[in-house]
Unconditional design. Structure first.
Length: 158
C-alpha cells in the first residue's frame, strides 16, 4: 500500500482523517506521528479516539508523557489507546524510566507515539507513520500523509 495524502482545513477535517485511519487499526498496532509543535497531532489522535468511542477528553500528553484512554473495538471488545508524547524526553534513560518498550509491547492496545524521531529501536514494529505538515501564513491548512510501514527509520535519542 502506498502513502496517502490528505488536505485538512479544519480540526474537524483532521479528526475525520484520524477516524479513517482508525478504521484500519487493530490491537497491537503502533502509529507514529510527526509534525511541528501545534501541527495538529493531538487533533489527529482525537479522531482515532472518536472512532473507538473514547468517552474521556483527549488531551496532549506533552507534560504527562503518556495518556491512556479506554475505548471499544467495533465488535464492542474493550480497547486501550496509549498516547505517548516523546517531545520532552532527552535520553535513553528517560525512555527506560517511562517504560516505553513495555508500553509499546502491549498486545491489547493501540499505541500512538508523537515525536518518533526521538527513538529508533523501540519503533521497529510501527504499523503506520503519519506526517502532518503546516503551511506558513495559513493557520488552518494541513497536509496529512499516512504511510503504512514495516519499520520506522529515525534518529536515536540525542
Amino acid at each position: 500500500m502506498e502513502s496517502e495524502v490528505y488536505s485538512s482545513t479544519s480540526e474537524e477535517d483532521t479528526h475525520r482523517i484520524g477516524t479513517q485511519l482508525a478504521s484500519r487499526l487493530e490491537k497491537g498496532d503502533i502509529v507514529t506521528l510527526s509534525g511541528e509543535l501545534g501541527a495538529g497531532k493531538t487533533e489527529f489522535v482525537r479522531g482515532i479516539c472518536r472512532y473507538f468511542h473514547v468517552a474521556d477528553i483527549v488531551t496532549s500528553p506533552t507534560f504527562s508523557i503518556i495518556n491512556v484512554y479506554e475505548g471499544k473495538m467495533p465488535s464492542g471488545e474493550p480497547l486501550r489507546i496509549v498516547h505517548i508524547d516523546l517531545y520532552r524526553l532527552k535520553n535513553k534513560q528517560e525512555l527506560r524510566t517511562i517504560g516505553l518498550d513495555e508500553w509499546l509491547a502491549l498486545p491489547d492496545a493501540i499505541k500512538v507515539v508523537e515525536w518518533p524521531e526521538k527513538v529508533k529501536e523501540s519503533l521497529v514494529r510501527s504499523s503506520y507513520h503519519v506526517s502532518i505538515r503546516t503551511f506558513p501564513g495559513n493557520d488552518e491548512r494541513r497536509q496529512i500523509s499516512i504511510e503504512p510501514v514495516q519499520a520506522l527509520s529515525s534518529n536515536a535519542v540525542h
